[in-house]
Design a protein around this ligand. Structure first.
Ligand SMILES: [Zn+2]
Length: 169
């Protein structure tokens, strides 16, 4: 899993848990009704949104798409949410990843890892022998003395909190 995938999963999970979806169709209808008012035929009135939807469904749907572009909603897994609320969760998630002391990213392939090489006390991280070998030459590796008694380069595993570890499954 890449950092971006982990980020997206966490955001999606939190959005579903914490936010209430917006009924975008209803909001669009309300906007049409507000702008155009009621349509009166004799003594009978109709909502403008209903008239448009019935008489010109294509214009109704195109109008919906155009309106959606400026509606400040974000679609996640088929539901719409307030953009500003999603943005708050994204910002918090970005900080969580940034400040976490267990989420490590392989400097070679970009994968998120729960175990791997810590090189030079955290100058670099690699998820596997393959990535370590791609990123370093033999001279480097000897200098790092990986796994040596007094070396700050070693293979390790990071203790992930349950809520983050679950996302990796
Ligand atoms: Zn890697």
């Amino acid at each position: 899993m890449t950092r971006q995938e982990l980020f997206d999963k966490r955001v999606e999970e939190r959005v579903k848990e914490e936010l209430t979806p917006v009924n975008a169709n209803k909001r669009y209808d309300e906007m049409l009704d507000e702008v155009s008012g009621e349509i009166r035929i004799g003594s009978i009135t109709f909502d403008a949104s209903r008239v448009l939807e019935e008489l010109d469904p294509i214009a109704y749907r195109c109008g919906f798409s155009d309106w959606l572009d400026g509606a400040e909603l974000e679609e996640i897994d088929g539901e719409y949410y307030e953009q500003s609320e999603v943005d708050d969760i994204k910002e918090e998630t970005e900080n969580e990843i940034e400040e976490s002391d267990f989420i490590r990213i392989c400097d070679e392939c970009g994968k998120v890892m729960q175990e791997g090489y810590c090189i030079g006390g955290g100058q670099a991280y690699y998820c596997s022998d393959e990535c370590l070998h791609k990123a370093t030459d033999e001279v480097d590796r000897e200098a790092y003395d990986i796994g040596g008694d007094n070396s700050d380069s070693y293979w390790t595993n990071w203790e992930w909190s349950d809520e983050w570890a679950r996302l990796m499954e």
